[in-house]
Design a protein around this ligand. Structure first.
Ligand code: PEP
Length: 252
């Protein structure tokens, strides 16, 4: 019915120097063939130092570029931070907000994540809002409650299917090689879709992309991407290798 167009995003984290990374991006461009382009959107989120160069290199390729975080304010005395407007100015169209590494290492709370998503929208960027439970929370049976609470706290009221993407990333699955079962992913994504009905509105909620992230690789992509309400992937480690990233996108 209203199946959203899939989106596969690569989160390079704090990896990538100009010379070697330009080569990887070039391979991604070359592998994003018309056949693949017809089926799936591709986004690369390099470190902030590479956003401008990557955006320039990607003009005309339909590969979107995203930041990995942004400050909530437009400008000011915030040494070391990067605003959403600066990312947009550098050519980004997306920004990750609320990644678990930001929540963990920078103590970001849902309200902080929401403010960053508001900033992304203000700057004309699509916010990729990340949520997900820890291992302890899953073992305690709190997964759905945790994810619902994060969504309610992190998603701005002006969100729609153009300016919002949700990424479900179980913290225990990130960088560990562990993944939830297809049934577990289906359960969480269904709960996210239901929550979006209230947060985004009835008209548009079905078109919001909900990505799965956490140890996605070519060997498990087809199974995970086939799950109901999984509209793409957020890929960490495997996105640093163009052939793997493209193979994951090719699961669609
Ligand atoms: C991530 O950090 O967004 C992620 C999904 O990492 P990985 O694919 O390496 O588990």
């Amino acid at each position: 019915v209203d199946r959203p167009r899939p989106l596969v995003a690569g989160n390079w984290k704090m990896n990538g120097l100009m010379r070697s990374s330009a080569k990887v991006l070039g391979e991604v461009h070359a592998g994003y063939t018309p056949g693949l382009r017809a089926r799936v959107d591709l986004v690369v989120c390099p470190p902030a130092t590479l956003v401008s160069a990557f955006a320039h290199m990607s003009v005309g390729t339909r590969v979107g570029i995203g930041g990995q975080d942004c400050h909530a304010k437009e400008s000011g005395a915030f040494t070391g931070d990067v605003s959403a407007e600066m990312l947009a100015d550098a050519g980004a169209a997306y920004v990750l907000v609320g990644h678990s590494e930001r929540r963990q290492y920078h103590k970001e709370k849902d309200a902080d994540v929401c403010a960053k998503a508001v900033a992304a929208h203000r700057a004309g960027l699509t916010a990729i809002v990340c949520v997900g439970e820890t291992r302890e929370e899953r073992e305690a049976g709190k997964t759905l409650a945790v994810v619902r609470k994060q969504l309610r706290g992190s998603i701005p009221v002006d969100s729609n299917s153009h300016n919002l993407v949700v990424a479900y990333e179980p913290v225990w699955a990130i960088g560990t090689g562990l993944t939830p079962t297809a049934a577990d992913v289906a359960e969480v994504h269904a709960a996210i879709r239901e929550e979006l009905k209230r947060l985004v509105g009835k008209a548009d909620h079905a078109k919001v992309r909900i990505l799965y992230g956490g140890s996605v690789k070519p060997s498990n992509a087809a199974e995970l991407m086939a799950v109901e309400n999984v509209n793409g992937a957020l890929v960490g480690g495997a996105s640093l290798v163009a052939a793997d990233f493209l193979a994951i996108a090719g699961a669609y």
